[in-house]
Design a protein. Structure first.
Length: 318
């Protein structure tokens, strides 16, 4: 339904493609950007693939926490593949374009996957809450059914969040202006190109995206404070251990939400700052997740080492 709407939108509007200005015209910076984005893109994909394989293949890691982590890695891989490959291919092109449908698709998936990641981060916080505050009931509360329920719910919320915004956008008239001062399609910029007053729509997008990002951030911060407070009350000595477990989660949450909240709640997104923040979210956050979760986690490191030696062993035999 969504995409047939986009088709209709194309029929009665003049604009059939949009043009990206990219980040800069300087050859040196473009070259740097190419190296930087290739490096981070492939490291993100590799790092997250390693997590998925390690968790899937190692029976010791078949627990709710690691299943959620592996799912987060899948989401990260999808997330950084929405805008990064096209941006990398476009860097040296003089004329960077994207079709109307391509633009809507980019927006749809980045919002759907982004919101899914937020809800999944909340599920991971809940998982830590149960593990730390109700350890005896951990396996009954976080049953496989519950994990699946969290997953399905987060995807449903993501898709609904994204569709609700786009349903209004696909029928807007686009009559001429088609320049994006950016390297990918985003909703606030797309609305400013429509040939009609979109103030109400812009407000709706700010509320919808702002609410889901600020809301999830607040829920996460409160739940982490609550966990630490509970630990401190029951065994003050355990606080430092809980802190070291949770610091990875908190780091990811701050790095993921910081740029997003700025992006959707800052009143005038005309500064160039948001373009650079967008790069941060597109490339660095998906890359940081594996780094933070794997290299600081003993079980994960042991499992990766075992997997590696098994791989080497097979190679010797064959
Ligand atoms: C995602 O979570 C589900 C439910 O816990 C699990 O069965 C599945 O294996 C996970 N996906 C990955 C890639 O680990």
């Amino acid at each position: 339904m969504l995409f047939s709407g986009a088709m209709d939108g194309m029929n009665h509007s003049v604009v059939s493609e949009f043009v990206f200005l990219g980040l800069t015209n300087s050859w040196d910076i473009q070259f740097l950007l190419l190296v930087f984005s290739l490096l981070f893109y492939f490291s993100s994909i590799m790092g997250n693939l390693v997590i998925v394989f390690t968790v899937t293949l190692d029976a010791h890691l078949h627990s709710p926490m690691y299943f959620l982590l592996a799912n987060l890695s899948v989401i990260d891989m999808v997330f950084c593949s929405i805008t990064a490959p096209k941006m990398i291919c476009d860097i040296f092109k003089k004329h960077k374009t994207i079709s109307f449908l391509g633009c809507i698709t980019q927006i749809f998936f980045s919002h759907a996957v982004g919101a899914t990641e937020m809800v999944l981060l909340i599920a991971m916080a809940f998982d830590r809450y149960v593990a730390i505050c109700k350890p005896l009931h951990y396996l009954t509360i976080m049953s496989p059914k519950m994990c699946l329920y969290f997953l399905v719910t987060s995807w449903i919320i993501g898709v609904i969040h994204s569709s609700v915004q786009l349903v209004f956008v696909v029928d807007l008239p686009f009559c001429g202006p088609n320049i994006f001062d950016s390297f990918y399609c985003d909703l606030p910029r797309l609305l400013r190109l429509a040939c009609t007053n979109t103030q109400e729509l812009e407000f709706m997008v700010t509320v919808n995206s702002g609410l889901i990002s600020v809301g999830s951030f607040v829920v996460l911060v409160i739940s982490y404070i609550f966990i630490l407070f509970t630990v401190w009350k029951h065994s003050p000595g355990g606080l430092s251990k809980a802190l070291s477990t949770l610091s990875a989660h908190v780091t990811v949450v701050v790095l993921f939400f910081g740029p997003l909240m700025f992006f959707y709640t800052w009143p005038s997104p005309t500064s160039h700052l948001d373009k650079y923040l967008a790069i941060f979210d597109a490339f660095i956050t998906p890359f940081l997740n594996p780094v933070i979760y794997t290299f600081r986690n003993k079980d994960m490191k042991v499992a990766m080492r075992k997997l590696w030696s098994r791989l080497m062993h097979y190679r010797k035999i064959s």
